[in-house]
Design a binder for this molecule. Structure first.
Ligand code: ZN
Length: 452
């Protein structure tokens, strides 16, 4: 029987040391989008794992390397932690109150790029492992594996292939996801699934160069109009996506999903305040209906349109080229490759074979059963730490690489972590709260112990 008092007092007494280690990791830039510092950061992460007796490999991919660590424990069960060592670019730099790669403590928080997303999660897990080794005669209660990639912030481009190639190496019984957080009530949330995504750039070229609109306006095709008409064919004012068969594979939410969503707090007023939106689509006003629609419905979003002249004053010009970035968030059941194929078919059938599709990336949706015993373990072990069990969020609107973990490795995936609403992930002044860092480590120590 684990002595949680001993574990907790170890963590409290060694917090400063762990924050120093985290600061060292955050001081090493690792910006995937700019391929900056990736090898150096991978080596540093590898060193941190070796220091805890893990057998570590830094394995190459066609992009940034993946760090894989393994340490044997007392039981035969294996817990896999998924994390990433890459971070978002720090720009705009002038909005940072302290330099992004010079970790700084203020008001019980540590500020740095990547401190929450995802380096704080990595080191808090190592911190929990230190406490277990210290209080359990230098042994881990179960086998532990880490897979720490360096391309999460650019869509985990090479991770699914990496996982397929290293199924044996990554074999486990359950997986703890990269992040977790408490909400505004300080209630820890259990995120159990992610929507998929299919991201494309649509473009149209009608001439080699832009033309005087007095010359071409009535005799040349206009790339901007072509693109606008094509976009217009994708979705109607009723918000229904008009691609043939788009909704065919959607698995509707279950009664259990509805119950779980019903139990979550209201979002309508908060969203109105936070974003300044005046109304919701399709006459929705709030309640469970809005919260269900937010995550369970597939979307088609125009993210940006570029064409012609947009500077001050007038320029009478007929654009030769137009492009738009469009993302489709996919509901459970949909697959990005299939959406891509039906999009091509749709455009061709509607007279838009001149519109080119450039596929910029995609990830399938995936989710873990809320009633999986591992999920229940992670949810319930939170009570001792946060004073309340985790509240289950059956699906979130964003996307990530959870599909290969759930469907290739066959693992239940549960989340646990140190974030909060003010973490500013991806934004200036990214930070973690030290109290939540400590709680996160305490929770991880319990998860490992009970799982073993
Ligand atoms: Zn991120």
């Amino acid at each position: 029987m684990a002595d949680y008092q001993k574990i907790d007092s170890y963590l409290t007494n060694h917090l400063e040391k762990s924050i120093q280690e985290l600061s060292r990791l955050c001081a090493q830039p690792s910006i995937a989008a700019q391929n900056h510092g990736m090898q150096e950061c991978a080596s540093l992460v590898a060193e941190m794992l070796s220091n805890r007796g893990f057998a570590v490999e830094v394995l190459p991919t066609a992009g940034a390397p993946v760090v894989v660590g393994f340490r044997k424990g007392q039981s035969d069960r294996t817990l896999l932690f998924y994390n990433h060592y890459d971070v978002q670019p720090a720009e705009p730099l002038d909005l940072w109150e302290s330099p992004p790669f010079e970790p700084t403590l203020r008001d019980g928080k540590l500020f740095a790029r990547g401190v929450s997303d995802d380096k704080g999660h990595i080191v808090s897990r190592l911190f929990a492992i230190d406490a277990l080794l210290e209080t359990n005669h230098g042994e881990l209660p179960c086998n532990i594996k880490f897979v720490i990639e360096g391309e999460e912030e650019i869509g985990s481009v090479h991770l699914p292939e990496f996982i397929s190639q290293h199924k044996e190496k990554l074999a486990a019984d359950a997986c703890v996801w990269e992040f977790g957080r408490v909400d505004f009530r300080e209630v820890p949330l259990q995120f159990l699934g992610l929507r998929g995504i299919c991201y494309v750039e649509l473009s149209c070229r009608t001439a080699d160069i832009d033309v005087h609109s007095g010359v071409g306006g009535s005799i040349f095709p206009n790339a901007a109009w072509r693109l606008v008409w094509a976009l217009n064919s994708l979705k109607g004012p009723d918000e229904r996506i008009r691609i043939d068969g788009y909704y065919d594979d959607v698995i509707p939410p279950s009664e259990r999903d509805r119950q779980l969503i019903e139990a979550l707090p209201e979002i309508a007023e908060e969203y109105k305040q936070r974003y300044g939106v005046r109304e919701f689509l399709k006459g929705m006003t709030g309640g469970v209906e809005l919260r269900m629609a937010e995550v369970f419905e597939p979307t088609c979003t125009i993210c940006g349109i570029t064409t012609g002249y947009q500077g001050p004053g007038t320029k009478t010009v007929l654009p030769a080229y137009a492009s738009a970035k469009v993302d489709f968030r996919l509901a459970p059941g949909q697959m990005p490759e299939k959406v891509l194929a039906s999009l091509r078919k749709h455009l061709d059938e509607h007279g838009f074979s001149d519109i080119e599709i450039h596929y910029l990336g995609g990830e399938p949706p995936a989710r873990t059963d809320p009633d999986d015993p591992f999920v229940q373990l992670v949810v319930n072990t939170a009570t001792d730490v946060y004073g309340t069990p985790m509240q289950i969020v059956p699906l979130t609107g964003g996307s990530g690489p959870n599909y290969p973990f759930i469907h290739e490795l066959g693992l239940p995936v549960a989340s646990a972590g140190i974030g909060y609403e003010g973490s500013q992930a991806h934004a200036p002044n990214e930070n973690i709260r030290l109290d939540l860092y400590l709680k996160g480590a305490r929770h991880i120590a319990r998860i490992i112990t009970e799982f073993a």
